[in-house]
Write a new protein. Structure first.
Length: 650
């Protein structure tokens, strides 16, 4: 920890937002395959550098699709250099749900891996899913041929979807196999239930998921106390004997010399805590050169006019425009007429409107047309967009006609299905897939990603009003990692994938508070749980600051040999070039960066200076950094855990 830092801000809090070290995964081998075991999950089964299976795990979901956490105990491991046998016990206990299971994972020297669970319900409860799930990686699988064996014994030669499939591409499965390397395929066999596969990119997960029971069975399912659940999956390599070298090497990153597209407009959401920005907060936000500020207006609620007034005042002070999300009811005609009267009186700086209906998960064309007919009387140039305020899946399944829109929109968050740090990093690459598929389904319309958040803002499957959290517990939509170095690196990775694939605008998080990019002067409402420093900015603030200095510029694409370890976001303007580098791991990483010309300056943010920086962002953000001479346009940097770095070159 930095000398003089407050005692409450430990190294782990800087890294993760809480003073709890993460679990240490166990690295294992099954002949030519390598993998990790972490908290009852098998992860990243690889053949050399080629990922075969992303994850195997047991999911227990309640009737509202909330995931019940896993507690692992009695772990036993026997391992050799080429095989292993691992047994453990696990339980999922939350409210009325109490489910226990014994697990085993075995891997042999031929590269066969078997994951089995023998479970029993220790209570009676409603659930949408109890069983094994298998995740298939998108980079290695998207668009690739596969063979599906169905439960009736028939076989089908097909392919993993290239564009995001709105519905299950594979159903009633007994096994699925796909090519891994020339002459080698991987076969996954399922036991204990009927499996099917969905395209998890619909929820910004970077995987296809094979799961049970199939969704054609009505849910929720009532599980009786004493009910046994026994599932197993077996991965087998077929074909030639693998001769693959070890996956080695430090991350190598390269930045393109030629720009590819314009930087998107980057904005923030208004603070949901409802308080106006203080003068100091306004000054700091002004340094981000925000393109817009998002405000949500629920037209059936009488206080929306005050919300609009506050948004207009803040946008004007920040010299940005407004992204206005309007939520209409069935009385939309009267609501829109009233809204236009207010707009004609106040003239807020609106750049675009997002049109939603409170009872629809994806906006119907009639509401879009109705909104356009009213809003055009205020300003005929107002851009009208629609899609979903929930998930890309809803837009993908209920596609509006492109002729009715100026752009499409949808939100993104990386933890619909899991909340661990590994999952958040893995899911970054899916954000680019959403842009590609969004442009395809809308015949090339601009794509506005709004908002991007760490956690889901709400659960649309939950019945009734959202429960008030217990005292001293954070609301379900707050992530303690918001104020961490990890979140800053994740944000850089998100910007990279969305900007490189051509997003026209991106709205991130909020301005202030525990959903924002900085803490309020009075500090966190729950300082013992959300451990931010009063009046500080969060590390992610600097990612927005450094990108904002290039607002209106162009994107410089980057590549990384190890994107799950280190990512970079590149951009340029008026002859200046910059990349933001992010170490996404909890360990030091040596990274080589190429394409930098003869020299570069580097400004680092890590555990040694983060506290001073977040307390004095006006001083730290514009610092020039240290000068380096490159070798053949390359630079080797040792990055500390979760370090982010700004590299300027020309």
């Amino acid at each position: 920890m930095n000398a003089g830092a407050p005692a409450s801000l430990t190294r782990h809090i800087l890294f993760y937002g809480e003073d709890i070290p993460p679990s240490e995964p166990i690295e294992l081998r099954a002949g030519p395959l390598s993998l990790f075991f972490d908290q009852a999950d098998v992860r990243r089964i690889r053949l050399g550098n080629h990922e075969v299976i992303r994850r195997i795990y047991v999911a227990v979901r309640d009737q509202y699709w909330n995931t019940v956490p896993t507690r692992l105990f009695n772990l036993r491991l026997e391992a050799s250099p080429s095989s292993f046998c691992l047994t453990f016990e696990a339980e999922h206990v939350q409210k009325e749900i109490d489910f226990y299971w014994k697990g085993s994972v075995e891997g042999d020297s031929a590269g066969t891996i078997r994951f089995a669970m023998d479970g029993e319900a220790r209570s009676s409860f409603l659930t949408n899913r109890v069983g094994i799930c298998v995740l298939h990686p998108i980079t290695e699988c998207a668009g690739r041929p596969c063979i599906v064996e169905h439960v009736d014994g028939s076989k089908e030669t097909t392919a993993f979807p290239l564009s995001i499939a709105p519905h299950q591409p594979f159903m009633r499965m007994r096994s699925i196999s796909h090519g891994v390397l020339p002459g080698i395929s991987a076969e996954m066999c399922f036991e204990g239930d009927t499996f099917e596969t969905e395209d998890q990119r619909n929820w910004s997960d970077a995987s296809y998921k094979s799961y049970c029971p199939p969704l054609e069975i009505p849910f929720p399912i009532h599980i009786q106390q004493g009910k046994k659940v026994n599932h197993a999956v077996t991965l087998t390599l077929r074909g030639a004997e693998p001769k693959v070298s070890e996956a080695v090497g430090e991350p190598i990153l390269a930045v393109a010399s030629v720009p590819a597209g314009q930087l998107p407009s980057i904005g923030l959401g208004m603070a949901s805590h409802g308080e106006s920005l203080a003068e100091k907060e306004m000054v700091r936000l002004g340094g981000l050169h925000l393109g817009h500020l998002r405000v949500d207006l629920r037209l059936s609620q009488p206080d929306y006019m005050a919300v609009l007034d506050r948004a207009a005042a803040e946008a004007s002070a920040l010299q940005s425009s407004l992204e206005v999300a309007i939520f209409m009811s069935d009385a939309a005609a009267a609501e829109l007429q009233h809204l236009v009267q207010i707009l004609n009186r106040t003239h807020p700086p609106i750049s675009r409107c997002l049109v939603f209906h409170v009872n629809e998960w994806s906006t119907s064309e009639k509401w879009i047309k109705l909104a356009r007919s009213h809003l055009s009387t205020y300003n005929p140039e107002t851009r009208i967009g629609a899609g979903s305020n929930l998930f890309f899946a809803e837009l993908n399944r209920r596609r509006p006609r492109p002729e009715a829109l100026d752009f499409i929109c949808y939100p993104v968050n990386p933890q619909v299905h899991a909340s661990d740090r590994t999952t958040l990093v893995e899911n970054l690459e899916a954000q680019g897939s959403l842009i590609e598929s969004g442009q395809q389904l809308s015949s090339g319309l601009p794509v506005a990603v709004t908002p991007v958040t760490l956690k889901p803002r709400f659960n649309p499957a939950a019945a009734g009003a959202v429960a008030t959290p217990m005292p001293e517990k954070l609301p379900a939509n707050v992530d303690v990692r918001q104020m961490s170095l990890f979140a800053a690196g994740w944000t850089i990775g998100s910007m990279k994938h969305l900007a490189e694939q051509g997003a026209s605008s991106i709205t991130y998080f909020e301005t202030t508070g525990w959903h924002g990019v900085m803490e309020r002067e009075k500090g966190s409402p729950l300082p013992d749980v959300f451990r931010s420093l009063p009046g500080s900015v969060f590390p992610m603030y600097f990612a927005f600051f450094w990108v904002g200095e290039f607002a209106g510029g162009s994107v410089l694409p980057t590549t990384s040999s190890h994107p799950l370890k280190v990512q970079a976001f590149g951009f340029c303007r008026n002859g200046r070039k910059r990349i933001l580098l992010a170490n996404l791991e909890a360990s030091k990483t040596n990274a080589r960066v190429y394409g930098l010309g003869d020299s570069a300056t580097v400004l680092r943010l890590n555990e040694t200076n983060a506290v001073e920086a977040i307390l004095n962002p006006e001083k730290y953000g514009p610092l020039p950094g240290d000068a380096y001479a490159t070798v053949d346009g390359g630079l080797k940097l040792e990055l500390l855990p979760f370090e982010i770095a700004r590299i300027d070159f020309s």
